[in-house]
Design a protein around this ligand. Structure first.
Ligand code: PEP
Length: 255
């Protein structure tokens, strides 16, 4: 598999952090740090920060993403946001199926699939998160679990639509814990995901498909993780909240 055929994507997942004023400040600091990056750069902000993020990043190499989207176009879904609402703002990406959504907000593989299809139909690019819990990791079922999550999430998605999907492999035990999967562990599971893509679509589709690692990636460990043949980028939580830290990861992915 030829890694050079794929564009690296570094995406920040700000989670429930930063007011609109703080978002403007962080983006202002980020713009000069990542200008000219050799990878795609995305910031996924809280919904309330999206308008300021889109206007601040206009004309830069930073794309803006949301952290969730509902699968219906409109209606009685209090507290939810539709894909059309995001695209009208100028949002380009959306994270779907993050483990925190699965764990705290009842997200299932089926709702992940519905959200993913709605997002793609509206023209959004999707960062689909998959990954195992510590218990599942210890039981040795990571490969099966990640394959199942991937297959269900991509149900009904065409090869053409797949071009707008990235998968982020995020072992839950490594998210926000300071524990990182070793580069070998990250590579092993990212390679499993690529094989699943090949089995669902084709070898060529799998070769062109971007897979990120996420879970306590930082300036120190990014080089080793991103050097793995099947790790094409990163989904970054904590380290995306400080411009120099995030920029260091962007530089690692640009090599
Ligand atoms: C995440 O939440 O997607 C994530 C990877 O978080 P962190 O980098 O903080 O582990």
């Amino acid at each position: 598999m030829n890694k050079a055929k794929r564009k690296a994507v570094i995406a920040g997942n700000w989670k429930m952090n930063k007011t609109a004023a703080e978002a403007a400040e962080l983006i202002s600091a980020l713009i000069p740090e990542v200008a000219g990056a050799g990878c795609d750069v995305v910031v996924c902000t809280p919904f309330t920060d999206l308008p300021i993020a889109v206007s601040k990043t206009a004309g830069t190499n930073i794309a803006v993403g949301a952290q969730n989207v509902h699968f219906e176009k409109s209606g009685a879904f209090t507290g939810e946001i539709s894909a059309d609402m995001l695209t009208e703002l100028g949002v380009q990406y959306v994270i779907i199926g993050h483990s925190e959504r699965r764990q705290y907000f009842g997200e299932t593989d089926i709702t992940v699939n519905k959200r993913l299809k709605a997002a793609l139909a509206a023209g959004l690019k999707v960062i689909l998160c998959v990954g195992e819990s510590l218990e599942q990791h210890q039981h040795g079922v990571t490969a099966e679990l990640v394959a199942m999550q991937t297959k269900i999430a991509l149900g009904g998605v065409s090869a053409e639509e797949l071009k707008n999907v990235i998968i982020a492999y995020e072992p839950i035990w490594a998210i926000g814990t300071g524990l990182t999967a070793t580069a070998e562990q990250a590579e092993e599971v990212c390679a499993v995901i690529r094989r699943v893509i090949a089995s669902l679509y084709s070898e060529a589709d799998a070769e062109a498909f971007t897979i990120q690692y996420g879970g306590s990636m930082n300036a120190k460990n990014a080089d080793e993780l991103l050097a793995q043949p099947d790790v094409d980028g990163g989904l970054i939580g904590g380290a995306s909240l400080k411009a120099p830290d995030f920029a260091a990861i962007v530089r690692a992915a640009s090599k």
